[in-house]
Write a protein that binds this ligand. Structure first.
Ligand code: IDP
Ligand code: MG
Length: 138
């Protein structure tokens, strides 16, 4: 059983599309192992996005991810990281295929609706930023 961290970013909540996105993961066969709504502090956002701290868009990314509440989830299943990244589509929604989450719900590289961990190592690290072990039910 492989787990990954998903974030339904503040734009997903503002636009009221979280249910449709969660529905896609449930329909695909993933189980929800953990879920909470929260608004990140700047410090928590910097830890979550630590690999991007030298990028020119880092400040913009942090400002966006702390701009409102988000939904953090851990989902579990088979090949979860690879499959969920495929469901999300390309980072830049302009390049994302129709049928992917970003291809269907987003137009802007910053406001791109969803985060998903990109490797086993990042999934393990990122899950711990958001959840204690006793909050994960699988
Ligand atoms: P990912 O979310 O598809 O894994 P990353 O390269 O890890 O993409 O980038 C993290 C997040 O940073 C993206 O989801 C997006 O919100 C934001 N981002 C990436 N590139 C840019 C950019 O060029 N301008 C503004 N924001 C960006
Ligand atoms: Mg990434």
């Amino acid at each position: 059983m492989e787990k990954t961290l998903l974030l339904l970013k503040p734009d997903a909540i503002a636009r009221g599309v979280c249910g449709q996105i969660i529905d896609r993961f449930e329909k695909r066969g993933f189980q929800i192992a953990a879920m909470k709504m929260l608004q990140l502090t700047k410090e928590q956002a910097a830890i979550h996005y630590q690999d991007h701290k030298e990028k020119p868009f880092f400040q913009d990314l942090v400002d966006f991810i702390i701009s409102g509440p988000l939904i953090a989830m851990v989902i579990a299943g088979e090949n979860t990281i690879h499959a969920s990244r495929g469901m999300m589509g390309s980072t830049n929604p302009i390049d994302a295929t129709a049928g992917t989450i970003r291809g269907d719900f987003a137009l802007n590289i910053r406001n791109n609706i969803i985060h998903g961990s990109d490797s086993l190592i990042s999934a393990e690290r990122e899950i711990k930023v958001f959840f204690n072990e006793n909050e994960i039910y699988l």
